[in-house]
Design a protein around this ligand. Structure first.
Ligand code: ZN
Length: 198
């Protein structure tokens, strides 16, 4: 263990908890922060606390929002007959960049993953089912093409299909094991256009 003061060690430990940040990167960031102007450090810390404080999950779809409902759910310009189901709020941003999709979203906040002890009740599926009124004509399953993403799509389609709602799965272009979040706009657009009924 390196001989740092307790406050520096604590800072490194906290930074190392972030995704993709190993011990080395955490040390590098910590030392960078320590060299920053005091006012900039306060700005950074404030931005983190503020973003956390003023961000909630939309009560309807689970998207990130400042108020009770997100801008997509309250928009009058959206097609209210279609719901696109995604794993993560970041996937909404990716879909929105295509500017093609005009429907609503539903964020699962994860996938069914029995090996990790995550069952259907641990993700946002119940709230999806409760949204399926007679206005909903199609549910597009845009979970990632990983094993968990596919299994989750199959699980949800089995729940919804008996309700007489069209269920589709985005297909083309997204490589197997691929993350929606990292797909480029054209690929994502084609994947949406090429969706097939489940
Ligand atoms: Zn919403």
């Amino acid at each position: 263990m390196e001989q740092y003061t307790a406050p520096i060690t604590k800072l490194i430990e906290e930074l190392a908890k972030l995704p993709g940040i190993g011990r080395k990167s955490a040390q590098r960031l910590a030392f960078y922060i320590l060299e920053m102007k005091g006012s900039d450090v306060v700005e950074l810390a404030r931005a983190i606390v503020n973003a956390k404080k003023h961000t909630k999950h939309c009560q309807t779809c689970g998207n990130l929002t400042e108020g009770e409902l997100c801008s997509i759910c309250i928009s009058l310009k959206r097609d209210r007959s279609t719901i696109c189901v995604v794993e993560d709020a970041r996937d909404i941003a990716a879909m929105e960049r295509t500017k093609e999709y005009k429907g609503l979203y539903h964020v699962l906040h994860g996938t069914i993953s029995p090996l990790d002890g995550i069952g259907p009740d641990e993700i946002n599926i119940k709230s999806l089912i409760s949204r399926l009124n007679t206005d909903i004509k199609e549910v597009i399953l845009a979970t990632n093409t990983t094993i968990e993403g596919e299994a989750t799509a199959v699980y949800i389609s089995r729940l919804i299909k008996p309700m007489g709602i069209k269920v589709t799965r985005i297909a083309h272009g997204i490589p197997v094991g691929g993350d929606i979040e990292y797909a480029d706009e054209v690929t994502l657009m084609r994947a949406m256009e090429g969706r097939r009924e489940m």
